[in-house]
Design a protein around this ligand. Sequence first.
Ligand SMILES: *Cc1c(COP(=O)(O)O)cnc(C)c1O
Length: 404
Amino acid sequence: MFDVQKIREDFPILKRTINGKPLVYFDNAATSQTPQVVIDTIIDYYSNYNANIHRGVHTLSQEATDAYETARIKIQHHFNAKHSHEIILTSGTTHGINIVATGFTGFLSTGDEVIVSALEHHSNIVPWQMLCERTGAILKVIPMNEDGELLMDRYDSLLSDRTKLVFVNHISNALGTINPIKEIIDKAHAAGAAVLIDGAQSCPHIKPDMQALDVDFYVVSAHKLCGPTGVGMLYGKEKWLNQLPPYQGGGEMIDQVTFEKTTYAGLPHKFEAGTPNICGGIAFGAALDYMNAIGFDSIAAYEHELLEYGTSKLLEIEGLKIYGTAANKTSVISFNLENIHPYDVGTIVDKLGIAVRTGHHCAQPIMDFYKIPGTIRASFSFYNTKEEIDMLVDAIKKAQMMLG
Ligand SMILES: *Cc1c(COP(=O)(O)O)cnc(C)c1O
């Protein structure tokens, strides 16, 4: 049974007070909080077996290597990748996207096309614009409607034999829209294009299956799913990872080095130059264990309850408008109060102990679409409660009275 009070005990930070008020943490789409088991994993690593991996024969190095490679296999199983060498450990979503966007430089030429969606985070826009500048390829955008849903018939008409790549997020961080990625992937493949899915927002809520999706690349950040910052996954199909050139040169990624010619290591090491975030990788594995023990079905069902409750409570506030009303969405609510700047609301609710995000959420094109400077975004996790949502609603009403 899903017991939120018991789950809250796992997160030491939830006992904190802010300005004398209990912390209400509703900025989960920016980063999630860390359960004690993950914190303990980090302490255990640095207390007992901190060493560099893959090259030492000594006991500590072997223990660290075993733990790191065990984490890679955990990640492989969690995402149902066919091979563990298809799991590249990165510093996060942004790093994973840049490995692919840079790697495609030699594969594109003038007149080729790449497709992005109107719903993207800047980190799934800018690296592709840079790729287009290097290669002369053209960036096309799948538009969205007022609800924040992609216009799939417009996607159909953008696809052609000139399309080489499609990159879309699984779930929008700014609006919570769940995109129909299986359809997006299948249609891209029918046109002969490869697909990268930005899974930074999906991995905290659902368990994506790499083989069932038949996706070419999938990227996530551990810090959005109860893990530490500075570590993430780039999943790539073996055939793609073999074709792409390495992103960085250095130690760990080589086979033979001479001053005449260097040959590269095989997968996954070809993309893991230098000493990686060893402890982070191990803690990423621990975070997946923690979330799987609760179960993603329970997590998704409970978060959906929070979304419905929060949506109906917030809509009771006069002059409050929600942006992002897709039929299929996760527990993210972006909203504004009539004639009040989102930043002013965020400042007041922080005084009341509530952490929400205000601004453009690294998705300026979405804000431009709605012609607003930004929104207030409350994003709920499985450790949040309806009582906390009530506190948010009271705080928003207070802010409205003070600012209105
Ligand atoms: C958080 C986020 C990113 C960026 O992740 P980093 O960990 O900062 O690299 C990219 N895309 C989406 C949808 C996100 O939510």
